[in-house]
Design a binder for this molecule. Structure first.
Ligand code: WAQ
Ligand code: MG
Length: 265
């Protein structure tokens, strides 16, 4: 019998704005220590320490599905401009049209929320037109209730670390992308961090998996975000958003991890 599982989430604010959010899925016994870890992260964030933080804990009813993480590829690029060109190419290969890929890259670079700010969640983008579909362009869609499976967490993290993927951001982004790729109607995701010192990002799609790009912006740039591209021809918005925001999902094994490769323009 597996123990009951809980979703624990923390979101933090500073100067009246979203600063960061983090979440885990864990058995009850782990919650006190996890709450401390999440609070510590919010108080030592690169964007300054949190001035307000909200922690939510919620018991997950019923069994939670387990699945495999996406395959990982790492593309080495010389600079951010090459990285963005690579991201554009990978999005086209995933079925996103050129205008949608280009306009979305430009929006992430400018800050996709109103006023050129960073969003709390992800943009939803029509892969055929580039139109934004999220109800609230400041909040976007928050992908939530996903984690590594508690019983295999250490093993999966060790396997990622053995392949040189030991930054906590990689594991977290891989889990998030793994969930995004299973949402109905999603054909790709594009992401880079809003952390001014974390310059890598990724394009993910169901066929190629999680394709890391070593540089998508320059140091000191605090803009970033996520875009989830959907095929609207047979798309059920509410099914897609409900899956992304609410359906619990755990990952209990890594996908294939490919060797680092140099991107040849
Ligand atoms: N759901 C939807 N969007 C989110 C979520 C979420 N749960 N969390 C963050 N975002 C959006 C939000 O707009 C943030 O500003 C943006 O993504 C970036 O978030 O080396 O660390 O947590 O393999 O700063 C990529 C790892 C790291 C690349 C990305 O994003 C690699 C990262 P951050
Ligand atoms: Mg961040």
């Amino acid at each position: 019998m597996n123990p009951d599982l809980y979703s624990i989430r923390l979101r933090a604010e500073r100067s009246g704005r979203h600063l960061c959010g983090a979440e885990r899925i864990a058995p009850e016994a782990d919650l006190p220590a996890l709450a401390a870890t999440l609070v510590a992260r919010a108080m030592t964030h690169a964007g300054g320490s949190a001035e307000a933080a909200h922690c939510t804990i919620e018991k997950l009813m019923g069994p939670v599905a387990r699945c495999r993480l996406p395959a990982v590829t790492t593309w080495e690029v010389a600079d951010a401009a090459t990285g963005r060109a690579a991201a554009c190419r990978l999005l086209l290969a995933a079925g996103v049209c050129a205008a949608a890929a280009e306009s979305t890259l430009a929006r992430l670079a400018e800050g996709p929320a109103p006023g050129g700010l960073v969003m709390r969640g992800a943009m939803l983008v029509d892969a055929a037109s580039g139109a934004r579909l999220e109800a609230d362009p400041a909040r976007g869609v928050r992908v939530s209730r996903m984690d590594l499976a508690p019983e295999s967490r250490e093993q999966v993290l060790a396997e990622l670390a053995a392949a040189g993927l030991n930054h906590h951001r990689v594991a977290e982004a891989l889990v998030l992308a793994g969930k995004v790729l299973q949402a109905p109607g999603v054909i790709a995701e594009l992401c880079w961090s809003d952390d001014p010192e974390y310059l890598s990002g990724y394009v993910a799609d169901p066929r190629q998996g999680y394709q890391r790009i070593t540089r998508l912006k320059d140091a000191g740039d605090a803009k970033g975000g996520r875009a989830i591209f959907v095929d609207t021809r047979s798309w059920d918005r509410s099914a897609c958003v409900t899956f992304l925001e609410r359906q619990p999902l755990l990952f209990d094994r890594p996908g294939q991890i490919r060797q680092r490769q140099t991107w040849q323009g």
